[in-house]
Design a protein. Structure first.
Length: 135
C-alpha cells in the first residue's frame, strides 16, 4: 500500500513502513528539540537542579548502603532455606507481580499449590526476622 505525503514541499508516494519510520523520526526530533529547550544551557537535568537550587540529588550514605546490603544478605539467606519450587513461585509473585493464577499456569499446578508455596516462604521470613537478637 502506498501513501502520498508532503515531504519538504513535494508530494511523494511511500510505503506504509517508510511512512511509519518517517513519523517516528519526526517524533524523536520533536522530543530532542523539547529537551534542548528545557536544558537550553546544555547541562544535564541533575546539574541544572544543583545550579539553580544549590542542592545535590539524593545519594545514599555509606551507612545506608551497608544496611541495604545486610538486609539483602538476610533475605537471600532466608530464601536459601526454601525449596527451589518455593523460591521460584515466591520470586514470580514478589518481584515480577504475577498473580497466583498466572504462576499456576506457568508452573502447571493449581492456584492453592502456589498459595501454599508462597505462604510457606512468608512464614519462614516471619520466623527469621522475629527471632531475638543475640548481642
Amino acid at each position: 500500500m502506498e501513501i502520498t505525503i508532503n515531504y519538504y514541499g513535494q508530494a511523494v508516494s511511500v510505503s506504509v513502513e517508510v511512512y511509519e519510520y518517517l513519523t517516528q523520526a519526526d517524533h524523536k526530533a520533536e522530543n530532542l528539540a523539547h529537551e534542548q529547550r528545557r536544558h537550553w544551557d546544555g547541562r544535564e537535568y541533575d546539574e541544572y537542579i544543583i545550579a539553580t537550587e544549590g542542592r545535590l540529588p539524593y545519594c545514599a550514605t555509606p551507612e545506608e548502603l551497608v544496611c541495604q546490603r545486610e538486609t539483602l544478605d538476610e533475605i537471600l539467606a532466608v530464601l536459601a532455606l526454601c525449596t527451589p519450587t518455593q523460591q521460584e513461585r515466591f520470586l514470580l509473585y514478589a518481584l515480577y507481580d504475577f498473580s497466583y493464577a498466572e504462576i499456576a499456569e506457568m508452573e502447571g499446578c493449581t492456584k492453592p499449590a502456589v498459595h501454599y508455596s508462597i505462604e510457606a516462604v512468608r512464614k519462614k521470613y516471619l520466623r527469621f526476622f522475629r527471632k531475638p537478637l543475640n548481642d
